[in-house]
Design a protein around this ligand. Structure first.
Ligand SMILES: C[S@@+](CC[C@H](N)C(=O)[O-])C[C@H]1O[C@@H](n2cnc3c(N)ncnc32)[C@H](O)[C@@H]1O
Length: 306
């Protein structure tokens, strides 16, 4: 089962309370949602979304005991704000995005996320639509492959890896791709050379960075005044996007030089709850190595100025 990362830190940051409303954008195995529901008892509500239909099924079972306090829907990160508005769920007192993939997805060979398990080269969070990793790899030219590997994986020897993939086409399985990469790139310490290549493809397949950038401003809009948005990232590309977006959201509160009055903007104001991202402690990393690179950033929407 997937172990929720930075669990206590998320619950502390979002301050669930009875009567509160929460949005879990990456419900996954349902662990964080379970914590939000338990801590907002007896009548807090959670809307849980995920691009992956199997995550919705799994969480439906796990969270069944909370009855009508939990509503689960399949949706991408950037679709969820609209869904929340249309279903009358917003505004929220707390929103969580715990990005990346769950252990359930990683360990299922048929989903094609892991180079440790041989399976079809798929990697789609929503397995019902869009192009699989194999379709992207086999239909891209070498230049696009190099760009993809560099941009989304910061892959060393990206040109050589892309050329080897190109020469071996069609690449249909995770094992085939892993062997191609292993023949070229070296391990970085204990990190397998295929790690970065698989990360790059997964990000491209699911348009993860674009969806994150598109969703963030919208998420601030669906927060209630005083509500908080917490985002957990697992690599520097995601963290950079969150850090920059949070900085832009707080810039609106700057005092105009010479006037001394707050700048009023169309966007709601916000303040950072933590200047530096929160990471896992040693105990968490040793019991759950997946938490190693996790970074939690939290922002709070300002109270309305009367
Ligand atoms: C790390 S897991 C979440 C685990 C969850 N917080 C828990 O405690 O069980 C990430 C989940 O987010 C989903 N996901 C990742 N990126 C997404 C996106 N852009 N839109 C929608 N879902 C996404 C994945 O399908 C996966 O189920």
């Amino acid at each position: 089962m997937h172990i929720s990362v930075l669990y206590e830190e998320v619950i502390t940051a979002l301050r669930p309370r009875s009567g509160g409303r929460y949005l879990d954008l990456t419900v996954g195995g349902g662990g964080h949602s379970e914590g939000l529901l338990a801590a907002s008892s007896p009548d807090g509500l959670v809307l849980g979304t995920d691009a992956d239909a199997t995550a919705i099924v799994r969480s439906t079972e796990r969270l069944a005991r909370f009855g009508s306090r939990i509503v689960l829907r399949q949706a991408w990160l950037d679709e969820a704000p609209d869904l929340a508005r249309k279903t009358g769920f917003s505004p929220f007192d707390g929103i969580l995005a715990d990005l990346g993939l769950s252990s359930n997805q990683l360990e299922d060979a048929a989903r094609g996320f892991s180079f440790m398990r041989d399976g079809p080269l798929d990697m789609r969070f929503d397995a019902s639509r869009g192009m699989s990793a194999a379709e992207i790899v086999n239909s891209s030219d070498v230049t696009s492959l190099i760009a993809l590997l560099r941009e989304y994986g910061e892959v060393e020897r990206a040109r050589q890896v892309a050329e080897a993939i190109w020469a071996a086409r069609p690449v249909m399985t995770t094992g085939q791709l892993r062997d191609i990469v292993s023949g070229i790139a070296k391990s970085r310490g204990h990190i397998h050379p295929a790690t970065q290549v698989f990360q790059a493809l997964r990000i491209a397949v699911n348009e993860e960075l674009r969806r994150l950038s598109d969703a963030l401003p919208d998420l601030l809009d669906i927060l209630a005044p005083g509500g908080r948005l917490a985002v957990i990232t697992f690599h520097s590309l995601e963290d950079r996007i969150v850090k920059r977006a949070f900085r832009e959201m707080t810039v609106d509160n700057a005092v105009q030089p010479g006037f001394g009055a707050p700048v009023l903007s169309a966007r709601p104001g916000a303040m950072l709850v933590n200047r530096k991202p929160i990471g896992p402690g040693e105990a968490e990393v040793s019991s759950n190595p997946r938490a190693r690179s996790a970074k939690l950033r939290v922002i709070e929407r300002m109270q309305r100025i009367a």
